[in-house]
Design a protein around this ligand. Structure first.
Ligand SMILES: [Mg+2]
Length: 374
């Protein structure tokens, strides 16, 4: 029942939802003395960050080997204490801790024959509405609106669209084009569907620009505006809040619950993005989501990586009263659909609670081996 081995597996794959760019993540495989296996993931995204995460996991492995995987909280604190000099709750160490922690939760669920969701205290709701999460990449606004509407026509409750990404969409740079895009997408999706706008790193809006866009989006009924001023501009968000009642989303770039507590305390975030593969795993996500719940903020899993992060996001979102929906990548991609036997998906727009034990997924190890980052 004790941890026998901890293996970091850096992988790379093409992501159709992200303009077919190559993405890297560091998977973590933890095996116990009975041969049971738990899987985790660090959402490191870039090859250099993935290799660095793997090196840190290798360095942390001796602290985990020989431990009881059910002691997730104790191990999590030990890993944070050990990495104090190079990762006091931030950076690559948080990725490494995230990957190890998710794998330990999966493993303990498998050992006990229960779901991670059970270990988290059970589901606080019967099902979760799902939305599409995608990037705008096409030059034609009509074509993008048609594509997005084709996804929501499957029952998905709306779409979160990334601006400022690869491709020719050129969104987030021109006010008239942005408003036309929003009008066309809302029109194509039809009544009852939500549109969320998510600014990318290629977009730079100053406060005045953010206020003008926010007011225009608000008039059009955009459900939330994500990272219009990046992740670290409390004064800018204060000004935006005073000028508009659009719901403001950010937080996915935080590394730990302390960071989430700081932005929640600012009073100017309504939807807090949380990535279990970044914010120190299931243990870290749970602490952060609890802060959101206590302060009546919405928490929202940044589910934009492989099927392992999706399974962790599913369990966490069902367990947290602060989570109201789950983002899904609507385009077929091997990291989502082929990596596991039962990928998280929706039925008529709703995701069911997970089944099985641990995270409820079995990993296609042949695919993992073929995707190893060299
Ligand atoms: Mg985002």
């Amino acid at each position: 029942m004790k941890v026998k081995s901890v293996e970091a597996i850096p992988v790379a794959y093409q992501e159709p939802t992200d303009h077919n760019r190559f993405r890297s993540v560091c998977l973590v495989k933890i095996t116990d003395s009975d041969g049971r296996v738990g899987w985790g993931e660090a959402c490191s995204y870039f090859p250099e960050a993935t290799r660095a995460t793997a090196a840190i996991i290798d360095g942390l492995a001796p602290l985990v080997i020989g431990q009881n995987p059910q002691h997730t909280e104790a191990i999590w604190h030990q890993l944070k204490a050990h990495s104090w000099w190079y990762g006091t709750g931030v950076g690559i160490a948080s990725f490494a801790i995230a990957g190890i922690d998710i794998a330990l939760w999966d493993l303990q669920g498998k050992q006990l024959g229960v779901r991670v969701l059970d270990l988290l205290g059970g589901a606080v709701r019967d099902n979760l509405p799902a939305i599409a999460s995608l990037h705008a990449t096409d030059k034609s606004l009509d074509k993008m609106a048609e594509t997005i509407a084709s996804h929501t026509a499957t029952g998905l409750h709306g779409a979160k669209v990334g601006f400022g990404k690869a491709g020719e969409a050129h969104l987030g740079f021109d006010e008239a084009r942005d408003f036309a895009f929003v009008d066309k997408v809302l029109g194509a999706m039809g009544a009852g569907k939500d549109l969320m706008v998510d600014l990318g790193v290629k977009n730079f809006w100053d406060i005045a620009t953010a206020i003008r866009r926010a007011r225009g989006f608000e008039e059009r009924g955009v459900a939330w505006l994500e990272e219009p001023l990046g992740h670290d501009d409390p004064q800018g968000y204060q000004a935006l809040r005073q000028a508009s009642t659009i719901r403001i989303a950010y937080g996915e770039r935080e590394w730990n619950a302390g960071g989430v507590a700081r932005i929640v305390a600012s009073g100017n975030v309504d939807v807090v993005g949380l990535d279990p593969g970044r914010i120190e795993g299931i243990t870290g996500f749970r602490k952060a989501a609890e802060i959101c719940a206590l302060h009546r903020r919405q928490a929202n899993a940044h589910n934009f990586s492989t099927a392992i992060t999706a399974a962790a996001s599913q369990a966490l979102s069902f367990a947290s009263p602060a989570c109201y929906l789950l983002e899904l990548q609507p385009v077929y991609g091997p990291a989502q659909k082929d990596l596991v036997d039962k990928p998280v998906w929706h039925k008529k727009g709703f995701v069911d609670a997970p089944e099985g034990t641990g995270l409820g997924i079995e990993i296609n190890e042949d695919l993992v081996e073929s995707a190893r980052l060299t």
